[in-house]
Design a protein. Sequence first.
Length: 282
Amino acid sequence: MPKRFSTARGREFGEGLRAALAHAGLSGRAAAELLGCQEAKVSDLVNGKGGSNETELARLLGVCRAKPAECEHLLDLFPDTDVKGWWQQHGSRSPVRNRTFVEHMAVAKKLVSWQPHMIPDALQTAAYARGVLRASSTVPAEEVEARVAARLEMHEQLRRGLSCSFFLHEFALRLCVDSVETQAEQTRHLLRMATRSNTKIRILPADSGAHAGLHGPFTQFSFHQYEPLVWVEGENFSLILEEKAAVKSYETIVDSLGQTSLDADTSKEVITDLLRTIEKSG
């Protein structure tokens, strides 16, 4: 079945409007009656079919009594809901909970992640995440626990059966974060996750030398209904790639990592050996 045309911005806009209506306890018909328009007008606005303007959107948000920050966000998205690619600039640091990432993870059918530096967010234990965040030069101390909670939220998506493949460089696997105890707990968690049928963890050995993933971490999402996208995150920005050529180039990186990384069973043996070493040193 052909994939439906949509964009990351358009999906976030539609989900935001649906959430606003639900929070207000309004159906499309009830909202239309309050606005004095046809129900189809509200439906088209929510589904990004065009034929509406910012004034009509603002009126709908007013009827829903949406919070000012949410109104501003949706009004900012509205003009560009059909534009592919999205560079999100976050100011001095990334948000505590990246709404776009979480919402796309919730509807994805498959996630492929490459991480050369540390354990991926979705696989981090609370103690490991806390250690990573405390080491950051941009994250205020008062935000650490909220950010830990946001990372643990991703665990729910793994439990729902999302198909995941995580490629980790051996350096990331062996990095000691916070303490030996934290490293041991994190390594045990990786072993537990690696036994799940929907989760594959593959290690790229340090002696592999130069490899296709040298330019840094990324996450690839595939969906049942939508075209795939690639997520690249920096210290204070998120880049969402949706153009076919850009997504295809990352697919070739994934293919190359698949050829140079250990298979899932051998990777589990490496993780098990590391855990034994950590426990002996502790």
